[in-house]
Design a protein around this ligand. Structure first.
Ligand SMILES: NC(=O)c1ccc[n+]([C@@H]2O[C@H](COP(=O)([O-])OP(=O)(O)OC[C@H]3O[C@@H](n4cnc5c(N)ncnc54)[C@H](OP(=O)(O)O)[C@@H]3O)[C@@H](O)[C@H]2O)c1
Length: 276
């Protein structure tokens, strides 16, 4: 039985992935910000009658809360086999995290960055640790723009560019980690889950949602791929890969630029250092 930690596992792709993994009798920990929704998801998953389900409160909107949640995990579990960094949002308007970061940057990327650095020792204690980052095809639209990290400095806000940048950051981080972890027992890979029928698009204007909805696939599709990435022996050999549902698995040249990834890492490390 593998211990698998999933962020944002009360809904959408995260919940479906938890279901897939429980059906294989694994131990799944749901890291969620809303405990009421998390308990409902737990009840739903326990009704499957397989594996084991735990819940932990995690709000990626606050670096201190990420630190507290990670410390609880470190105190409670001897190892983590698979970490699935899945939680994410699209914010239609400029918004700020508790720490003043632009919401996509803070929640989708920086919170997960701190979370992963904190939990890396537990992945190293597993026989074979795997980290899976939910990126997106939208990373093609992204860029590294440190001047936009803070919400108050974020002029000319564009939802898609801001979301795309956070998904580029997820992928750059995955690729840098893969490089750093080469030769260790831990791998790091990323995935574009397809355009999935979930709550992610709840804030989009009606017309934009109509366009997006033409391509929607059910969350079970990416959940099946993520299950393979988490469990299959073949995926145990892969490190630094970008997988994709629905579209060819081609990542942008920018996402493969390790100098850019190192720059993002150096900037991000300074931002989270006090919470490590
Ligand atoms: N859906 C797509 O088409 C698509 C395409 C490409 C990439 N992705 C990526 O796939 C991942 C999952 O998305 P989804 O489609 O399953 O979206 P979803 O149904 O909206 O689920 C997102 C999950 O993230 C959680 N979350 C949001 N803010 C959080 C925070 N501050 N702290 C902790 N958890 C938080 C949500 O919790 P609440 O329920 O409490 O809000 C929810 O559990 C995301 O990273 C997204 O960027 C999705």
């Amino acid at each position: 039985m593998k211990t698998i930690l999933i962020t944002g596992a009360n809904a959408g792709i995260g919940l479906k992935t938890a279901e897939e993994l429980l059906n294989e009798n694994h131990h799944v920990i749901l890291a969620c910000r809303n405990m009421q929704k998390a308990e409902q998801a737990k009840q739903h998953l326990e009704a499957l009658g397989k594996g084991q389900v735990d819940v932990i409160e995690l709000d990626l909107n606050s670096l201190q809360k990420v630190q507290q949640a990670a410390d609880k995990i470190l105190a409670k579990y001897p190892h983590i086999d698979v970490l699935i960094n899945n939680a994410g949002l699209i914010s239609n308007q400029l918004d700020s995290t508790v720490d003043g970061f632009e919401k996509h940057f803070g929640v989708n990327f920086l919170g997960h960055y701190l979370w992963t650095l904190k939990l890396l020792p537990l992945l190293k204690k597993a026989q074979q640790g795997r980290i899976i980052h939910l990126s997106s095809i939208a990373h093609w639209a992204g860029n590294l723009q440190p001047e936009k990290f803070l919400a108050e400095d974020n002029t000319h806000y564009r939802t898609f560019l801001s979301y795309g940048s956070s998904k580029l950051h997820n992928l750059l981080f995955s690729n840098l980690l893969a490089q750093q972890l080469k030769g260790s027992s831990v791998t790091s890979n990323a995935v574009h889950p397809g355009v999935v029928d979930s709550d992610l698009y709840r804030q989009l204007p009606k017309l934009q949602y109509k366009v997006v909805s033409l391509a929607l696939i059910p969350p079970s599709k990416p959940a099946q791929l993520i299950k393979k990435m988490a469990l299959d022996a073949a995926w145990g050999q892969k490190n630094g890969h970008y997988a994709s549902v629905q579209t060819p698995a081609i990542s942008s040249p920018r996402s493969k630029n390790l100098k850019l990834a190192q720059q993002l890492n150096d900037l991000s490390y300074d931002l989270v250092q006090q919470y490590l």
